[in-house]
Write a protein that binds this ligand. Structure first.
Ligand code: UDX
Ligand code: UDX
Length: 433
């Protein structure tokens, strides 16, 4: 089978490379010529463990091709995935101009039956909208089907998530389209992956509901962690005690500086907008979003309260990416927190293994350092924001001698409070005393 993927960004590229690994012939399209040029040479424009090997291998074996021309992919493919960005507009709703533009162009090249699939997270009703756009722009009259097949890829473990997913969601009207999609995912049938087959609107909503629920779980434990600090409880034990209840589950109950990334913040806001447009109030998700904003602000307040004024204090921020194993800083808590600290008059020295360059473009007034120890040198405090493995085993004896003051704010609860205090740090974490 041949498939086309429009948009060789994070989602498109992972999807394309993984389908090629399944033995399918894949043409990935992107309008960014520079990106396509480097992809042809096997260079990946972002950091995702294992993706380079997959891309290089499948390009070499002739199953993965890159082009800037949508026509090339549409002509040779039975299934065409739309995986272009759906950025948030100022008001939180998703901007569909790329999806709609791509749909129009696909239509103008269709010369026979095709299945057009949305992989991008799109507001409920977009599938139908694409159907209209395609019908109106067809060059010649032909049958086609629309499918919603949302992705559930976590950055940093996207390949594993694609190859061993918890489930595959397929939303479609036609039995033929469902059969083609099932055929495409045949290797996952063999490992007994559950398939959820439903209509397009339901599939579209599943993605938003899942991400909003995950966001809510994080905001929930973050609020509980704030209470823990006041009453002397340990949030990890609370999470453990809760999570062992199989109805709750242990995942996504790790407290921290708030959720970030390209999906959770954008999808929660977009779902609120979708509900608003239908006169439905989603109070829980609204609260989860506000709790997340409060959590970021609370991190700044906590540092200021413990250190007194931050004017002319130097803070060593370790970690900028919204989570480890990615260079993605979209909606990263570190950025908001750094800006908050700067507003209080603090100077920032920072280090992140891969996300520093892009972050420095957005926050020019911070000193990028060559490693964690360089960042800490002469600083008044360490602020650990992203739990990269290399920050989990810092040489603490060295850190304390490099610091001007022994403040250590561990916003991911990487270290043990008692041990840190015994080493002489003025140690603060989230939801533990
Ligand atoms: C995007 C969405 O933001 C997300 O909601 C969805 O679930 C999957 O798609 P991501 O893959 O991370 O996520 O986006 P991004 O890395 O920005 O990639 C989009 C790519 O599409 C870019 O490479 C861009 O150049 C390309 N593109 C965009 C096109 O080829 N044509 C267009 O018209 C617009
Ligand atoms: C998420 C979803 O997990 C994935 O299924 C979806 O398709 C895309 O969005 P991703 O954005 O890659 O994936 O990151 P994820 O691992 O979900 O983390 C999101 C944010 O939540 C990060 O900032 C992370 O640090 C934070 N987080 C996560 C917590 O603060 N506590 C937790 O317990 C889990």
């Amino acid at each position: 089978m041949h498939i086309g993927i429009i948009g060789a960004g994070y989602v498109g590229l992972v999807t394309g490379a993984c389908f090629a690994e399944f033995g399918i012939f894949v043409t990935c399209v992107d309008k960014d010529e520079q990106k396509i040029k480097s992809l042809k040479k096997g260079k990946i424009p972002f950091y995702e463990p294992g993706l380079d090997t997959f891309v290089q291998k499948n390009v070499a074996q002739g199953r993965l091709k890159f082009t800037t021309k949508i026509a090339k992919a549409v002509e040779s493919s039975l299934v065409i995935f739309i995986a272009v960005g759906t950025p948030g507009r100022g008001d939180g709703s998703a901007d569909l101009k790329y999806v709609e533009g791509v749909a129009q162009e696909i239509a103008s090249h269709i010369d026979g039956y095709r299945v057009i699939v949305t992989k991008s997270t799109v507001p409920v009703g977009t599938g139908e909208k694409i159907r209209e756009i395609i019908s109106q722009n067809l060059r010649e009259q032909t049958d086609f089907d629309i499918v919603s097949n949302p992705e559930f890829l976590r950055e940093g473990s996207a390949i594993e998530d694609f190859m061993r997913p918890n489930r595959i969601v397929i939303g479609a009207k036609s039995a033929q389209a469902v059969a083609i999609m099932q055929d495409l995912y045949k290797p996952l049938y063999l490992i007994e992956t559950p398939f959820v087959i439903t209509n397009i609107e339901t599939a579209e909503l599943i993605k938003y509901a899942a991400n909003s629920f995950l966001a809510t779980k994080i905001s929930f434990i973050n609020e509980i962690s704030n209470l823990c600090e006041r009453i002397g409880a340990d949030v990890h034990m609370v999470a453990k005690g809760m999570g062992l209840d199989q109805r709750i589950g242990p995942k996504f109950l790790h407290p921290g500086p708030g959720f970030g990334g390209s999906c959770l913040p954008k999808d929660t806001s977009a779902l609120l907008k979708i509900a608003e447009a239908h006169d439905v109030h989603l109070g829980i998700i609204d609260a989860a979003v506000r709790a997340n904003e409060n959590q970021r602000a609370y991190m700044v307040q906590k540092i200021r309260d413990e250190m007194g004024s931050l004017k002319n204090k130097t803070l060593a921020v370790l970690g900028l990416a919204f989570k480890p194993n990615t260079d993605d800083i979209r909606d990263a808590p570190a950025l908001t927190i750094i800006q908050g600290l700067q507003k209080e008059g603090a100077k920032i020295r920072t280090y992140d293994p891969v996300a520093m360059k892009e972050a420095a473009r957005q926050i020019p007034k911070m000193k990028c350092c060559k490693d964690a120890y360089d960042a800490v040198k002469g600083a008044d405090a360490v602020v650990l924001i992203t739990e990269w493995n290399q920050f989990r085993n810092l040489d603490l004896a060295r850190i304390i001698t490099l610091l001007r003051e022994p403040f250590f704010f561990d916003l991911r609860n990487v270290y043990d409070p008692q041990k840190m205090k015994a080493k002489g740090f003025r140690y603060f974490s989230v939801g533990r005393v």
